[in-house]
Design a binder for this molecule. Sequence first.
Ligand code: ATP
Length: 460
Amino acid sequence: MENTGLSKIVALAKRRGFIYPGSEIYGGVANTYDYGPVGTELLRNIRSLWWETFVHRRDDIVGLEGSLISHQEIWKASGHVGGFADALVDCKNCKLRKRADHLIEESLSGDKEIKVEGLSDEELDKIISEKKILCPNCEKHDWTNVRKFNLLFPVHLGIVEGDQSLAYLRGETAQGMFVNFKNVMESNRVRLPFGIAQLGKSFRNEITPGNSVFRTLEFEQGEIEFFFDPETTNWEELYEDWKTKMREFITKTIGIKDENLRWREHSDEERSFYSKRTEDLEYKFPFGFKELWGLAYRTNYDLSQHEKGSGKDLKVVDSQTGKKTLPHVIEPAVGINRIFLMAMSDAYEETETRTVLKLSPKLAPFKASVFPLLANKPELMEKAQEVYRDLSQSFYISFDARGNIGKRYLAQDEIGTPYCITVDFDTLESDTVTVRDRDTMEQVRMKISELRNFLAQKLI
Ligand code: ATP
């Protein structure tokens, strides 16, 4: 069932240039998206804030930019080749393919007893047949058994057929931190505890229920592997500290309403066997509470797997005591595109007179828009352009002289521009402009010379 809240956001996103369906003029490729001019800005702002917060403003986390194409052995050691699979069912009647857990959750959403996390294929099969779950497309009950499909995208390297070698597009950024752990240790002045952070694309061949950019084949992750020695660092304290930092980033830095967030701890069945604790920070998307950001204490499972897989010693040696440690990790892993969708959902407001995106100024694609009151008065046009050129040196600002002022306000409200600056006839006399606040729609007069400080204050 189409979600009204989501469909309005999707329509706005297309109309104003945030997100377009991927490869649209050729009929599209399902679950791929392109980001338009303002969407690109919003995405870049999210990335920059994440990087600033977790890398630049900390002295114990360093960055990494790993390759998207990676050795197949990495994914064998990490467990993705064997275990990274979705349980899918096909409707024999209409050929609809669904994730078995999603099918059950969606059709039995009123049934509080049903828990699908961590169930085996046989258990999923049993629920589908016992509850006589119908196909949401053709309403028949004629499913195949549950089958597993691997999510990794294979790539074939080399151009001579038969002589190609198999590699994979990375399924997560995290493995880049593990396989480069030794390199980073040896080439930087870092000491435990410390983290390696990475922002970048990951690829998963997923079946998705079409909730816009919530789940796509290609997406961007912001992941941190925070390495520590469990003998000298208390993992529970570190874990709690990460929970606080993650939530603060979402509420204070990104400006999301705290009441739309909650933590959900993974049950024993759902949690990976090597993890001591895993929790998801969930956001109330228009289609329900869903994972935004995962936090997992993964022990030293990953490094030990790569020691076995590569035959290399990845332990840290203390130069004073000679003690050897294979560090443990706590991993906060977030989807940048999910933050994007959350930001749009949280900011979206519709009244009788307008639709407005109340994005935090830090996220807003444009920090302000400059207008001449009338486009056909050269003296206003010239002055407005001067104000625009001056502010553009410091902020990303738009200029709009089309249509009437009312239309310009509506257009800026829909893309979340926090301030609209209008140059009118008084400006020519007094060097003042009107500044209209997106949220209150109130206008104040301000000296042109004060504009830069005014905007800078809003971005702290
Ligand atoms: P889910 O349970 O929703 O499939 P996951 O537990 O597989 O997510 P992780 O492997 O922990 O996700 O990845 C970390 C983060 O990456 C997730 O919290 C999510 O924000 C994001 N993410 C994962 N898969 C996708 C996807 N297909 N599209 C967009 N973002 C994704």
